[in-house]
Design a protein around this ligand. Structure first.
Ligand code: CS2
Ligand code: MG
Length: 413
């Protein structure tokens, strides 16, 4: 069997997605992958169509490992989000083909079910503690057993994870006052200071635990904004609230500083959405500096690489919590769940409910019931693309927000 075409589809049903469709010389047999990298969509699309697709025409789609190695090592230049997202898009589509050819769901090819479903979490962000509490309660009423809680920080403008422009779900932020020849679409600018944040978050969890109790698993995403000693203080102050883990306390440049947080606290730690290969993750795993590895399968080389990351993690007693926001496509969410339900060391899975428009373009996202995600028992990954529907939603340039401190200096968003 041979690959005959690698098609890249960029579409914006409610935000931009980059889909990869790999066609074969076997009539009707194709695979669908996702290569969406928020704010850098066209770079990945060009990487695939200009540099990768010509190498794949005529190759056997069953040779997933060899194709992975040839794209990663054979290009000499390796790693980084753009390239590893492109490789992931190809890899996910090839696993879809393999499953369809075998007549088996991908989780079955990965070793078969280890659990009835993937424990899922959702986000609850409030403008104040009461609103955050209401959102946690609403999530619990929907069936969630794990909820990530965020709250607006007094004095800040926009807060990561709290509605509007500060939300990871934000798509196109209009800034009429910031035109700069770009049709009005420029990154929104948020303001944030560490001291009010460090006072507010322990108080939020105090409020939530008093109001809701300890039955629901709660946790929090720092989004890489703290210094090591600030993160250590926050982790220590959150100890009585027994959070599932503290997510991404530090920037990925400072992995060795996780040691400092560990020295001061037994609050579990999670990290990974800005790491792009098993080598990026290695020190965190081998030194047991984290408890949850949360790479983005769609930004770290796909299913092939994720299985290897998970295997190293298993060896060092680390569980998985793959990244699953709205800004990666349903094929990656499907890949997440196929891996989750076949791993021994799965921990928890981030998820979103896609809009009707996204489901129209990409039918077959994982389904949620009673706190767990699942995939259909059909061959492959179970996610498809409706190319006619995709054409209705052309690409629109969009940026992630930028954060600045009170003095105007740049901070990580
Ligand atoms: C986030 C992401 O889901 C998460 O944990 O940190 O929403 C992240 O901000 C986005 O994927 C960026 O595009
Ligand atoms: Mg995060």
């Amino acid at each position: 069997m041979k690959i005959t075409e690698v098609r890249v589809v960029v579409t914006c049903p409610d935000r931009n997605y980059v889909a990869v469709k790999i066609l074969t010389d076997q009539p009707g047999l194709y695979g669908v992958g996702d290569a969406t990298l928020n704010g850098r969509e066209l770079s990945v699309a060009a990487m695939i169509s200009e540099h990768i697709a010509p190498l794949l025409i005529g190759r056997d789609p069953g040779q997933i490992e060899d194709i992975w190695q040839s794209l990663y090592r054979g290009s000499y230049w390796r790693g980084g989000p753009v390239q590893m997202t492109a490789v992931a898009g190809i890899d996910i589509a090839l696993w879809d083909i393999k499953g369809k050819l075998a007549g088996m769901p991908v989780y079955s090819l990965l070793g078969g079910r280890t659990r009835v479903g993937a424990l899922a979490y959702t986000h609850a962000g409030g403008r104040d503690f009461i609103e955050a509490e209401d959102r946690v309660r609403a999530a619990v009423a929907k069936g969630f057993k794990v909820v990530r809680a965020q709250v607006a920080i007094p004095g800040s403008v926009g807060t990561y994870g709290v509605g509007g422009a500060g939300s990871a779900a934000s798509v196109l932020t209009e800034h009429p006052g910031n035109l700069q020849g770009d049709g009005g679409r420029m990154p929104s600018v948020e303001k944030w200071e560490p001291s009010p944040y460090l006072r507010t978050i322990p108080a939020l969890f105090d409020h939530l635990r008093n109001a809701i109790g300890f039955e629901v698993e709660l946790f929090h995403d720092v989004h890489e904004r703290l210094t090591p000693i600030q993160a250590a203080r926050l982790a220590r102050e959150l100890e009585p609230h027994r959070i599932l883990f503290l997510e991404d306390p530090l920037r990925p440049e400072y992995l060795e500083s996780f040691r400092l947080i560990r020295q001061h606290s037994v609050t579990p730690l999670g990290m990974g959405e800005l790491l792009h290969s098993r080598w990026d993750c290695l020190p965190l795993l081998t030194e047991q500096l984290i408890d949850y590895i949360r790479c983005d399968i769609g930004h770290a080389g796909g299913i092939t690489e994720a299985r290897k990351i998970a295997a190293v993690a298993e060896t060092f007693h680390v569980q998985t919590a793959w990244h699953g926001p709205g800004d990666i496509g349903p094929a990656t969410h499907a890949a997440n769940v196929h891996i989750d339900i076949s791993l021994p060391n799965f921990g928890v899975q981030e998820m979103v409910f896609f809009s009707d428009a996204v489901n129209e373009v990409f039918p077959g996202a994982p389904t949620f019931r009673d706190g767990y995600l699942n995939v259909a028992d059909t061959p492959g990954l179970g996610n498809d693309i409706n190319e006619e529907a995709a054409k209705k939603y052309p690409y629109q340039r969009a940026y992630l927000p930028v954060t600045r401190r009170a003095d105007g200096s740049v901070l990580d968003w």
